[in-house]
Design a protein around this ligand. Structure first.
Ligand code: AMP
Length: 282
């Protein structure tokens, strides 16, 4: 496994790499969710590259950039064990060089939910992912359903800008109690960690209502809100039942519903989501 830090070294390694090239962008502090993306890329691509970069541009001024967990040595060990070919772990100045002033802004799908909760977040994501796509020139790039709106923003950007990359979205990896794995789970105290399972319980409650025939977004939202209200540590930022393509809140019953939650557990903001749709062939 080659571990590189400069753009120049990355360009050289990429030029020599066999194709198809698969890229897994990450912010490090890797867990089984990230590794599921790496394994899918390993199964599908001749060369697998992973970027590890805590992207300042996608953090708001009041957010957790400084505190964000970092453990490069452990990350490299995990990636080596997965048979990754190339890791790029640049310093901030290597990505945002002096005089940097160009941004990628995706409109519609960036606006609601996470876009409203975190102004500028998706501009930072789209810009860094566009740069990663230019540097790595991957045929395929792997993202997690855990960050559903991010994956939609990236897919929109790649399509709109004619970037020749296939966006592959992989299922959310969960802990046994349902909590979606996230680097931010490391912030939780043991008590908060128990409370955090309420997010998944809320999604599963709405899923059960949907399975029982419920299609009205108000009642799906109410099912989630009810579970969260019973967890004293949970402070919801949004409880959404949205259109899976536009991420706009549904106002009428629908067959395809994307449930999305952003919930503070103590001072930690967690997100999760679940897609409800009729079973194939049903
Ligand atoms: P991050 O390091 O948080 O920026 O995440 C890097 C990639 O891993 C993103 O595409 C995430 O959606 C994905 N990811 C994070 N957590 C999970 C999870 N629990 N299951 C699947 N993918 C995940």
């Amino acid at each position: 496994m080659q571990t590189l830090t400069t753009r120049e070294a990355l360009r050289r390694a990429r030029a020599a790499a066999r194709e198809p090239f698969g890229l897994v962008p990450t912010m490090g502090s890797l867990h089984e969710g990230h590794l599921s993306l790496v394994r899918r890329a390993r199964a599908e691509c001749a060369t697998v590259g992973v970027s590890i970069f805590v992207n300042p541009a996608q953090f708001g001024p009041q957010e957790d950039l400084a505190a964000y967990p970092r453990d490069l040595a452990s990350d490299l060990q995990l990636l080596e064990a997965e048979g990754v070919d190339l890791v790029w772990a640049p310093a901030t100045e290597e990505v945002y060089h002096p005089g940097f002033q160009t941004w990628v802004t995706v409109e519609g799908v960036s606006r609601p939910l996470e876009g409203a909760r975190r102004p500028g977040h998706f501009r930072g994501v789209a810009t860094v992912v566009a740069k990663l796509f230019n540097l790595f020139r991957p045929q395929r790039a792997y993202f997690g359903q855990k960050d559903a709106q991010q994956a939609a923003v990236v897919r929109r950007m790649a399509g709109d800008l004619d970037l020749a990359v296939e966006i592959v979205v992989c299922p959310t990896v969960r802990a046994p109690d349902g909590l979606a794995l996230s680097s931010r789970n490391a912030y939780l105290s043991p008590e908060e960690r128990r409370g955090a399972a309420a997010l998944a319980r809320a999604l599963f409650a709405a899923q059960a209502a949907y399975a029982g025939g419920e299609r009205h977004p108000d009642r799906l939202r109410a099912a989630m809100a009810g579970v969260l209200a019973a967890e004293p540590r949970a402070r919801p930022d949004y409880v959404a039942a949205a259109d899976p393509d536009t991420f706009e809140e549904l106002t009428r019953p629908a067959e395809r519903v994307l449930l999305l939650l952003a919930v503070h557990i103590g001072s930690t903001a967690l997100i999760d989501n679940l897609l409800l749709e009729p079973e194939a062939g049903a």
